[in-house]
Design a protein around this ligand. Structure first.
Ligand code: FMN
Length: 397
């Protein structure tokens, strides 16, 4: 099952240089399972031929208000989400004024579904107060404005104005299509990945955590409407698009970031594999051949350190416990001692669960002591099941 199977996306392409990127976007959306209609403005059709999109889609694109009497209502009505990418300054202005002067504006004005607008233009056009005002109006209408990115622009200038990458648009489509929105209005802090304990300027102790479980949780909470901050150690997996990402390296850095972010948080998802040991690193690179005796001491326990803050502020906390023996008893004990509402126990000794792999299998224990087994599944699916549980506990499902 692909993420957008059975969902219909209307892609509106307007007339900017970045219109060629919409052909890639169209492919990405198709790969994700979406059924797609493409609507080109007249100017867009000068930048990319309709044949390009028709070749990708296998059916005609729409450009003209006058070819079919109901197209201006039907296209928006049957869409689950409309994506305007790229959105020119001109189209943004017309959308902001409620214009219905061509097929694109009439369709968006009449559409009952969510609208995502992805601006792309020269920096001075983007920064002009007229454009800023128009974009603010679109936000007031409830449209999601995604981008623009900052970087090299087509005409050789650099600055904000680049169309965001297709992956970021696909992620926003995922958020708009998500039916569960139990995290809307909640600040969610997620930790993920390993931490490093420096030994000298070039060496460190660490663990095998890829970050995947925490990244999947952060992505899923963001799709469900959460305002998500991901505090990530140097995990090898790709960071999710959507959440705000704070990169840290060591356990003390992760703790400091956590204490800053928890102040106004509602939910904490602790999936980082925080190193248990600290040492005083050597200022000089330890020489090869030297005999090395490491003296390690216990490092900060992030859950214990934040226990009072979390309980004072009523922050719902899910923690992971990686155990190899007596898993259930140890998980229960950790839940109580560290002040969590839910603990997900996963195994440190199974090849298809826990660290470094894309699947997991967890046993959940809640404050009442009740347990629930989530069988082997991809980490994305496990994340969704965990968030379902949290939504239910918060009375938001
Ligand atoms: C070569 C060229 C490149 C353009 N690039 C952009 C652009 O990147 N962003 C933009 O907002 N307008 C750009 N324009 C201006 C739009 O094409 C123009 O405002 C047009 O009326 C937009 O029509 P539409 O919004 O119906 O597609 C460009 C024009 C030309 C001739």
């Amino acid at each position: 099952m692909r993420p957008f199977d059975g969902r219909r996306v209307l892609l509106v392409v307007s007339g900017g240089i970045a219109a060629y990127k919409s052909a890639f976007l169209c492919r990405r959306l198709l790969e994700a399972g979406a059924s797609i209609d493409v609507l080109l403005t007249e100017s867009a059709a000068r930048f990319v031929g309709r044949v390009t999109f028709e070749g990708i889609l296998g059916h005609p694109v729409h450009t003209d208000l006058w070819t079919s009497p109901m197209a201006h209502l039907e296209l928006g009505k049957r869409a689950d989400v409309i994506v305007v990418a790229p959105a020119t300054a001109d189209l943004i202005w017309r959308l902001a004024t409620g214009a219905a002067s061509d097929l694109a504006t009439t369709t968006v004005l009449a559409a009952p579904c969510p609208v995502i607008v992805c601006p792309a233009m020269n920096t001075r056009m983007w920064e002009h107060p007229a454009t800023r005002t128009n974009v603010d109006r679109l936000r007031q209408f409830g449209y999601a404005v995604v981008g623009p990115d900052e970087g090299d622009l087509a005409e050789g200038e650099t600055g904000p104005g680049r169309l965001v990458e297709p992956d970021a648009i696909v992620a926003s489509v995922g958020r708009a299509l998500e039916r569960r929105d139990g995290f809307r209005g909640l600040k969610v802090v997620t930790t993920a990945g390993p931490t490093r304990t420096p030994l000298d300027p070039v060496r460190y102790l660490s663990n095998r955590s890829s970050g995947r479980m925490g990244y999947a949780l952060a992505a899923a909470a963001w799709r469900r409407g959460g305002d998500v901050t991901l505090i990530s150690g140097p995990g090898s997996a790709s960071r999710p698009i959507g959440p705000r990402v704070l990169e840290v390296e060591t356990a003390p850095e992760m703790l400091a970031a956590l204490e800053r972010e928890l102040g106004d948080a509602h939910v904490l998802l602790m999936a980082a594999a925080v190193g248990d040991f600290e040492t005083d690193p050597s200022d000089e690179k330890i020489k090869k051949g030297d005999e090395l005796e490491l003296r390690l001491r216990g490092g900060p326990d992030l859950l214990l350190e934040t226990k009072t803050l979390r309980s004072e502020r009523g922050i719902f906390t899910l923690g992971f416990a990686l155990e190899s023996e007596d898993a259930l008893a140890r998980g229960r004990e950790k839940l109580e001692r560290k002040g969590m509402q839910l603990v997900a126990i996963n195994s440190a000794s199974e090849p298809d669960a826990g660290m470094e792999v894309s699947t997991n299998r967890v046993v959940l224990v809640d404050e009442s002591g009740a347990t629930d087994e989530l069988p082997l599944a991809r980490k994305e699916a496990i994340a969704d099941q965990l968030l379902d549980r949290i939504e239910a506990s918060l009375g938001r499902s």
